[in-house]
Design a protein around this ligand. Structure first.
Ligand SMILES: Nc1ncnc2c1ncn2[C@@H]1O[C@H](COP(=O)(O)OP(=O)(O)OP(=O)(O)O)[C@@H](O)[C@H]1O
Length: 315
């Protein structure tokens, strides 16, 4: 038996996303999926996304791809269908809006653990030779994580929407065409994508910094009047790092927002940053909460003081 599209989850520029179920021969629901659909003649970007997702299979922090097919839908229209695992928690954008509505700010520990998951996803994408080019809360999906529910009910985040991704060309890619042609969403775009048409892995790190700031404050990183103003600010100003966060969190954001893409920290470096290390440590061992990590002014590599850390492991 085939898939049955039940209702629309959302819409993209290419077409619609449906919640779908697979019915078995007993008439029971055997599996569920989110299906991204586009009329076949408008499905090039979905077909490219399918190719990219095939190369990214197996990473727990990238949305899982089940396959693709062509169906004849309403009005006899051939439709390309891309099947993804269904994210019951919606997107990180929804999660940020909901926590803002409920006036519950995400704690730095939560943001640190979520950022770790995103960095692991980005690291995998980069290792497989891709630049995501459109990392933002709306393109990060939220899954329940049963194993985490005992630890404060934190969710699992996965990168999604690879429709604008690019192949890394020896570490960098210059887009051809009109200068200042940024590929992704302007609000999350780094300065070099606007000034030099330059898209490299560092692109995703800047977008990650914008996303992490949004998780911490509930607000977007830039305040602007229109796209021209926004573009000017990205090129000429530094993003506003929130003042009411820890020094370690600020330092993490500074490393994401280094203007020179060659000097901006990589996912590997950021995974070692005390902001991430401390959050993981406190999450895995809640007893360590209250112990503060130190920022090493030279290398920013020291996390939980070693002696205390070993004592905790031995206790
Ligand atoms: N695997 C999924 N599970 C649950 N919801 C999903 C899934 N994939 C996408 N959605 C939802 O469908 C909507 C559209 O998603 P999609 O990523 O395709 O488009 P978009 O990013 O909004 O648009 P565009 O790709 O044109 O920028 C979003 O609201 C998203 O939360």
């Amino acid at each position: 038996m085939g898939w049955k599209k039940l209702y629309i989850l959302g819409e993209g520029s290419y077409g619609k996303v449906y919640y779908a179920v697979k019915i078995n021969s007993y008439g029971l629901c055997a599996s569920v999926a989110a299906v991204k659909c586009a009329e076949i003649h408008r499905s090039i970007s979905l077909q490219q996304e399918a190719q990219i997702l095939t190369t990214l299979k197996g990473c727990p922090h990238v949305v899982q791809f089940f396959g693709a097919d062509v169906s004849i839908d309403d009005g006899n229209v051939p439709t390309y269908n891309l099947f993804l695992e269904y994210a019951c928690g919606g997107s990180l954008h929804d999660m940020i809006i909901n926590s803002k509505r409920g006036m519950i700010k995400m704690s730095e520990l939560e943001v640190g653990v979520y950022t770790y998951q995103l960095l692991k996803g980005i690291q995998h994408v980069h290792e497989m030779g891709w630049i995501h080019c459109n990392i933002k809360p709306a393109n990060i999906l939220v899954f329940d994580n049963a194993t985490n529910s005992e630890r404060g009910g934190m969710s699992k985040l996965k990168l999604a929407d690879f429709g604008l991704s690019l192949r890394v060309g020896e570490g960098m890619t210059y887009l051809t065409g009109t200068p200042s042609r940024n590929r992704g969403t302007l609000l999350y775009a780094p300065p070099e994508s606007l000034t030099d048409d330059f898209h490299a892995k560092a692109y995703d790190i800047w977008s990650l910094g914008c996303t992490v700031t949004e998780m911490m404050t509930g607000n977007r990183i830039w305040i602007y009047s229109d796209n021209k103003d926004l573009q000017w600010k990205i090129i000429n100003e530094d993003p506003m790092i929130p003042s009411n966060i820890s020094e370690i969190a600020k330092d993490f954001l500074y490393k994401c927002f280094i203007k020179d893409p060659q000097r901006r920290w990589t996912s590997e470096q950021l995974l070692q940053h005390p902001f991430i290390q401390q959050a993981l440590c406190n999450y895995l061992m809640p007893e360590t909460q209250g112990l503060t990590a130190r920022v090493d002014p030279l290398g920013c590599q020291i996390s939980i003081p070693e002696r205390d850390f070993i004592n905790l492991l031995l206790e």
